[in-house]
Design a binder for this molecule. Structure first.
Ligand SMILES: Cc1cc2nc3c(=O)[nH]c(=O)nc-3n(C[C@H](O)[C@H](O)[C@H](O)COP(=O)(O)OP(=O)(O)OC[C@H]3O[C@@H](n4cnc5c(N)ncnc54)[C@H](O)[C@@H]3O)c2cc1C
Ligand SMILES: NC(=O)c1ccc[n+]([C@@H]2O[C@H](COP(=O)([O-])OP(=O)(O)OC[C@H]3O[C@@H](n4cnc5c(N)ncnc54)[C@H](O)[C@@H]3O)[C@@H](O)[C@H]2O)c1
Length: 456
């Protein structure tokens, strides 16, 4: 016999948890289902533990800058406090009881298990079936995916889930993939003393962002001792019981550990999307502007392919929750999705890259201002690498994209994200006052550069 609820949330990532709690608090009967940990990847294996690692690695890097700026320093890296913080402060040793209690206190019912749609309003978990009178919300996210490199699947390689649970830093590490996962973890482990090589199949690291950003970051990472192999497709991976070997076309890398960070995949088949007549062979499910994928069925988070970020999952959760509750509000728009890769320098970006803007047929003007040439960058000295890049839709005179690389690149991004989001005329941005001497003042320099660019 089916168990009834108003809403069934399948997959309790950050968005699912927020939505389920909100609907339960509003008085609906809500069943939340997760096969792993309530809260999803972000708090247990993603954003939170990795940012704790990065914070610690950043403190080492700052201490190493003392000789340039303030005398002398001797840095003895010890990963123990990081491993402890991740266990004690971030993840409760990968125990979600606090989150389960919080959801239960909000009035929700949590079911641990693997769920699958059996119809538009029904979800099966083991021998139980849950029937939703109002809505089913899917928030099943993505899982790490490994490329089909010969030999790889027979080796004990790491994904991000292994990397955040270590007690000690490996002496050497190869990282396959130079997206956010690969680079954040590569730099962190290198700063703790690992010999790190990064292998990227594209012709530059962080290929989804602006080439100028990748260039700045590549220089910094190389100067910190990482070896970067771009345009490099691994031909074979082996493990001899102690070390990994990764064969590239022109060299062979050897390391104690291998981290595979080549992207993530949503398993739409496993969730039962075929029950709705939807294509499960595509990488993502395509919701409408209210997050609906069928009558009474919603999808939010990484599985929608709108940006695999916690803030996108939460943004979509808000829209779906409003729709279910019948509350008014704007539909989803993705023209100003911000994203930050938390390397040092941080790479913040919003909206379109120059390439994407041109591909969309926009008449584009761009400008770059470099942080070391700005007052604040010059004052900052050690660790001042960075830039601000603007991408203008020259016909409309508004920014459609921007990138800010630097010590606080993710924070500097906020003003640029507002400009892209609200489509503030570039003319208005030019008339603003930018505090001296801030990093964000580089935006003013970039705007002046933009002025010098002829209109296309
Ligand atoms: C290393 C790393 C660092 C990251 N850092 C950041 C960052 O700094 N900032 C940022 O914005 N984003 C970051 N992300 C991305 C972020 O973690 C995700 O975008 C975020 O978790 C949102 O994902 P989601 O809502 O789609 O669900 P997920 O977090 O993927 O959760 C989905 C949940 O569904 C459950 N599930 C799946 N299938 C089933 C099923 N059939 N039945 C029951 N339950 C199921 C899973 O167990 C999981 O708990 C990072 C990711 C990684 C890997
Ligand atoms: N700071 C953040 O917000 C943050 C941090 C981590 C992850 N995330 C999100 O999580 C998702 C997954 O991150 P990710 O870094 O795993 O994936 P990604 O897709 O961002 O990057 C994967 C990289 O691996 C490369 N690659 C693919 N196959 C390869 C191969 N065979 N050999 C070498 N390189 C190969 C790709 O060219 C790409 O550069 C992303 O969408 C990201 O947005 C966000």
């Amino acid at each position: 016999m089916a168990e009834d609820a108003d809403v069934v949330v399948l997959g309790m990532g950050p968005g699912g948890e927020a939505l389920a709690s909100r609907l339960a608090t509003a008085g609906l009967t809500v069943v939340g289902i997760d096969e792993r940990l309530l809260g999803g990847e972000c708090p247990y294996y993603g954003c939170v533990p990795t940012k704790m690692m990065i914070r610690a690695a950043g403190s080492l890097a700052e201490a190493r800058r003392v000789p340039v700026l303030a005398g002398d320093s001797r840095v003895v890296a010890d990963y123990t406090p990081v491993a402890r913080r991740i266990r004690e402060e971030a993840t409760d040793d990968w125990d979600d009881q606090v989150a389960v209690d919080r959801f239960t206190r909000a009035g929700g019912r949590f079911v641990r298990g693997t769920g699958r749609l059996t119809g538009p309003r029904t979800v099966r978990v083991g021998g139980r079936e849950f029937r939703a009178s109002k809505a089913v919300v899917l928030n099943t996210g993505t899982a790490p995916s490994a490329p089909p490199v010969p030999g790889l699947s027979d080796t004990p390689y790491w994904t991000n889930r292994d990397a955040v649970t270590v007690y000690t830093v490996p002496e050497s590490l190869v990282v396959l993939g130079s997206g956010a996962v690969g680079l954040e973890l590569a730099q962190t482990f290198a700063r703790f003393g690992a010999m790190v090589s990064v292998v990227e199949v594209a012709d530059r690291i962080l290929p989804q962002e602006e080439p100028q950003a990748a260039e700045v970051l590549a220089d910094v990472l190389s100067s910190e001792g990482l070896s970067l192999h771009t345009s490099a497709a691994a031909e074979h991976v082996g493990h001899d019981g102690t070390d990994f070997t990764v064969r590239l076309p022109d060299t062979r890398l050897r390391a104690r550990r291998l981290l595979v960070a080549t992207g993530r995949r949503a398993d739409l088949e496993a969730v039962g999307l075929a029950e709705l007549g939807l294509d499960t062979t595509r990488g993502f499910v395509e919701p409408d502007e209210r997050m609906r994928i069928a009558d009474g069925v919603y999808a939010i988070g990484d599985m929608t392919g709108k940006g695999a970020f916690t803030h996108v999952s939460m943004y979509q959760a808000d829209i779906a929750a409003r729709d279910i509750l019948g509350e008014p509000g704007p539909p989803a728009r993705y023209h100003a999705v911000p994203r930050v890769t938390f390397t040092d320098p941080e790479v913040g970006a919003v909206g379109l890259t120059e390439r994407q803007a041109r591909q969309q047929g926009l008449l584009v003007r761009t400008a770059v201002a470099r942080l070391p040439e700005s007052s604040r960058g010059w004052i900052h000295k050690a660790g001042n690498e960075g830039l601000v890049k603007l991408v203008e839709d020259a016909r409309r005179g508004v920014l459609v994209g921007a990138t800010s690389v630097g010590p606080c690149g993710g924070e500097v991004l906020s003003g640029l994200a507002l400009a892209v989001h609200a489509e503030v005329p570039v003319e208005t941005l030019r008339r603003m006052i930018y505090a001296y001497p801030t990093f964000h003042r580089a935006t003013e320099h970039a705007l002046a550069e933009l002025d010098r660019e002829p209109r296309p």
